[in-house]
Ligand binder design. Structure first.
Ligand code: 5BU
Length: 455
């Protein structure tokens, strides 16, 4: 059975990925060279690629379209594997016989999946998209083998296209490193090279929105310190229901997140030992703990809910979420609570779900008082702007889905950071439902870091 890492290892074996000293088209010197055109000579690997892509193909697709040359055999493999009719987008229109730009049968309005080998700045894909749309085709999704992390994916996503890459340069390097496919010094030189080229490409953009460095609340300060140290403002929402599944998942991704958010009341086999294990893991991988309990009662009951019961949340959670529907006094009760290591509060101002009742009036009323309390570090919201020093936590983040069938609405990490100025991104199913959460996390991290939020 093909896996992401076995596929990448094969790409190194057949020298589609090479390490050394190469001069790129731009004249730049690079320690890594990737050319996926050679794949055409390896039918087994093309078949593997089709298998890896299979889960990323939506159900409603009418045609698969390949762009010459590297993506042609890939699109063919996908077409055969999924019994999807294929189209070819010519490089230049034929100069005879009707100047056709697309080969193959299609109808206007057909939904297509566009296959590309590599995306860099996205310019050539943009040109292709215009040509296909002019022919009346609807680009439902764009699948790319490699995201070179030079802004192309983000640019197309901002234009509303659903783009997904199998690998990014960073995730690819991480996998090869973990698989011992490359020497440590080669790994380091490529990582340095990638970091430098990302800085160059991000500097081409205008002013960035930055994650603050300091905060008056010590828990918020700790969260910011971790985020900057790891260059990750990602909070994993671990909505898994058994203790082992939660611990296993966090052990895999813990080193690249700044916090884990739990719903402790969905854990079916909760034990005291779980809290011990969770805390140990959070120390081992240096991430903080958020309980998304969404308290919504009078002050006195909330204090009991936070500190008592089998979950005794205040003994382990660094932060808890809270609705301030019960009014300012319910918040003040927690501020006045004389408990040294009480969790900091993240009030919910605006929910991500369709038809949420958190309207502008409600949000404005909440904003009138939440900033007064030292125990409040920020708020959960979507497009609502928050005043300094409140930190913005945004759930409803996914790289490839726009929502679910139960009301959730997703935005991309780039949208949340660049357009909504979110400080921390809360990601659930995008990570824990991924076949390889570590690789998925790398893709989310690349998207976050490409915004320049870390300066
Ligand atoms: P998802 O799998 O990425 O959709 O998970 C999102 C998580 O964030 C999940 O635990 C929700 O309960 C939580 N959430 C949310 O999605 N939207 C909100 O407005 C709030 C919390 Br508040």
């Amino acid at each position: 059975m093909v896996t992401y890492s076995s596929f990448l290892s094969s790409l190194v074996d057949i020298e589609c990925i090479k390490f050394g000293n190469f001069t790129l088209k731009s004249g730049q010197q690079s320690p890594i060279y990737i050319d996926l055109r050679e794949l055409v000579s390896y039918p087994n690997l093309l078949q593997d690629l089709a298998i890896l892509f299979q889960e990323k193909i939506p159900n409603n697709i009418d045609r698969v379209c390949g762009v010459p040359y590297a993506a042609l055999p890939m699109a063919t493999a996908i077409s055969l594997h999924n019994h999807l009719p294929m189209l070819i987008k010519r490089k230049e229109a034929k100069s005879y016989g009707g100047k056709k730009i697309i080969e193959g049968k299609f109808n206007k309005g057909d939904k297509i999946i566009l296959i590309e080998d590599v995306i860099t700045s996205g310019i050539s894909l943009e040109e292709t998209i215009v040509e296909l749309e002019t022919e009346g085709l609807v680009i439902e999704k764009i699948l790319v083998v490699l995201n070179r992390e030079q802004g192309g994916v983000e640019k197309l996503q901002q234009k509303g296209y659903n783009v997904e890459a199998l690998f990014s340069m960073s995730s690819l390097m991480q996998v090869l490193h973990q698989e011992n496919k490359i020497e440590e010094n080669v790994y380091q030189s490529v990582i340095n090279f990638l970091a430098a080229s990302q800085i160059v490409s991000s500097k081409k953009n205008e002013e960035h929105f930055h994650l603050p460095v300091t905060h008056k609340n010590h828990k918020a300060q700790q969260l910011l310190d971790i985020a900057h140290a790891k260059k990750s403002s990602i909070i994993a929402s671990v909505d898994l229901t058994t203790t082992q599944a939660i611990l296993d998942f966090l052990d895999k991704i813990g080193k690249n997140i700044c916090a884990a958010k739990l719903h402790i009341d969905i854990v079916s086999d909760f034990t005291e030992q779980f809290i011990t294990d969770l805390k140990n893991l959070s120390q081992q991988h240096n991430f903080m703990l958020i309980e998304d309990r969404k308290f919504a009662d009078i002050g006195n009951t909330q204090l009991l809910q936070i500190s008592k019961g089998i979950h005794h949340i205040s003994s382990w959670a660094d932060f808890v979420t809270i609705h301030v529907i019960a009014g300012e006094a319910s918040l003040k009760a927690i501020e006045d609570w004389n408990e040294e290591n009480k969790p900091a509060l993240i009030p919910i101002l605006e929910m991500s779900s369709k038809g949420a009742l958190t309207d502008a009036h409600y949000i404005a009323k909440c904003k009138e008082f939440i900033g007064k309390y030292n125990c409040v570090v920020g708020a959960v919201c979507q497009s609502t702007k928050l005043d300094n020093p409140l930190l913005k936590f945004t759930p409803g983040i996914h790289l490839s889905a726009s929502g679910d069938s139960k009301g959730q609405q997703f935005n991309t990490p780039q949208f949340a950071i660049e357009k909504q100025h979110s400080h921390f991104l809360i990601i659930g199913r995008g990570l824990y439902e991924a076949e390889h959460p570590e690789i998925a996390l790398q893709n989310y991290l690349s998207a976050v870091q490409s915004t320049g939020v870390f300066g």
